[in-house]
Write a protein that binds this ligand. Structure first.
Ligand code: COA
Length: 409
């Protein structure tokens, strides 16, 4: 039988991070609250010349090394930190990566769960057309106000996934359940740079959505917690996964000991703890963390829970494929994470402030990021992206089009 799933998964995170002990001291908070209570040790901070497009293109660049681009006929980009109300950020990435003009290319939104919505649509597409592949990009900058409770749960990064028939990394089961409820736990009106969040309420709704999903999932599939070897959760902060998984075991009255419950999620938490929240990418960085750090054997069954405020949640599952281990070893995630550099509190505040810019002002950003692609600036109210000269040793640089001076309608 033809299976469908994640053929390959890569992620990109900015080169800079802030140490959470230092941030806690600046905020006059006990560092143990950030490190243990929230579960964050480091938080990714984008460089001045990075945004969701440059990060998504950088993740995609790594994904498509040694891949046949001509079989890709769909590019789905998920984000909740969009840069334009009309043009899909996916189009810039499609251009930067040199993908076929025949692609269906679009941007999707539903808070942190749109990466999963994109994945589920992509799976149906490749099940119907097994000779085609879909590139899903989930890219975000998680941003809350300075000195607010949300501040230690920021982060940034992008995930790129190649979705195909007969996948080499994770086969995804066709059975899944979803849950939608109209709630105001987290949202970002068009005129705001930072999200509005009622964090404690959001935690309650997340748990409710998880409970509802499991109820229906077990009714329709007959699966129990014991049907899975490992679990990955959406993580607005790392401790959320622990809270959710402990709740699930208690609610379903499993006989798992605390140590067993921890073992089921431990490897999936490692990356998010040192990256922070990546919104749409968070669940898939949890998956990468599990695959890279534990190298689960082929056949390992993984339960996946996706939550997006507002809210829409999904529960689905995957089975580790035969070639998973050999593929994940080539991706260089550990090297990228180990080569990152800490920034000072002053640099963090400066970078935070530079994100609030009007599209009407022309800008040329200095070269700061070491990523394969960078956001070069703004011209005639349009963003310009280019391949980083540090990454491009020979040949022609890839660049997005320079906008004409348009007339506002
Ligand atoms: N040492 C160890 N742990 C400590 C501590 C200390 N000195 N002080 C507090 N803690 C623990 C608390 O007990 C709590 O853990 P628990 O929930 O397991 O009990 C945790 O640290 C957080 O403390 P809390 O007082 O709840 O923090 P807060 O009011 O500052 O808010 C969030 C925390 C997560 C709610 C807030 O950061 C937030 O809203 N983040 C955004 C979340 C989000 O994005 N949600 C939407 C998408 S799903």
């Amino acid at each position: 039988m033809t299976t469908a799933g994640i053929d390959k998964l890569t992620f990109y995170v900015p080169h800079h991070y802030i140490d959470m002990t230092m941030l806690a001291r600046q905020r006059d908070v006990d560092p143990a609250k950030y490190l243990d209570g929230i579960g964050q040790e480091k938080m990714s901070v984008p460089a001045v010349d990075e945004d969701i497009v440059s990060m998504g293109a950088s993740a995609g660049h790594q994904l498509l090394q040694n891949e046949d681009k001509s079989s890709i006929d769909m590019v789905l980009l998920a984000t909740e930190s969009g840069i334009d109300q009309s043009k899909a950020a996916a189009i810039y990435i499609h251009e930067l990566l040199g993908l076929p003009a025949t692609c269906l290319t679009v941007e999707m939104k539903q808070a942190c769960s749109s990466g999963t919505a994109a994945l589920l649509l992509a799976l149906d597409h490749v099940r119907a057309r097994p000779d085609k592949k879909v590139m899903v990009v989930a890219t975000d900058i998680a941003r809350y106000g300075l000195s607010t409770p949300g501040e230690p749960t920021q982060g940034a990064g992008a995930v790129a996934m190649l979705i195909s028939a007969n996948p080499r990394t994770l086969e995804i089961s066709p059975e899944y359940v979803t849950y939608t409820e109209d709630v105001m736990d987290f949202w970002r009106p068009n005129d705001r740079e930072e999200a509005i969040v009622d964090g404690q309420y959001s935690i309650k709704v997340y748990i409710r959505a998880l409970t509802e999903c499991w109820k229906r999932y077990s009714e329709t599939t007959g699966c129990t917690v014991k049907s899975f070897d490992r679990f990955c959760y959406h993580m607005p902060f790392t401790h959320m996964a622990r809270k959710a998984h402990t709740h699930l075991n208690k609610r379903l009255k499993t006989d798992c000991e605390p140590q067993e419950i921890e073992e089921q999620i431990a490897a999936s938490l490692k990356y998010n703890r040192i990256i922070g929240n990546t919104y749409t990418g968070s669940l898939y960085i949890a998956l990468a963390s599990l695959l890279d750090n534990e190298h689960p054997a082929a056949g390992t069954k993984i339960g996946m829970f996706s939550y997006g405020s507002g809210c829409m949640a999904a529960l689905f599952s995957g089975t580790v494929a035969n070639e998973c281990s050999s593929i994940t070893k080539t991706l260089g995630h550990h090297t990228m994470l180990n080569e990152r550099e800490p920034i000072s509190y002053g640099e963090y505040v400066d970078l935070y402030g530079r994100r609030s810019i009007a599209s009407s002002s022309d800008i040329v950003w200095p070269h700061q990021t070491t990523a394969p692609f960078r956001w070069a600036g703004i011209q005639h109210a349009g963003r310009i992206y280019e391949q980083n000269t540090a990454d491009q040793k020979t040949g022609t640089l890839r660049q997005t089009g320079v906008p004409h001076a348009g007339t506002p309608c």
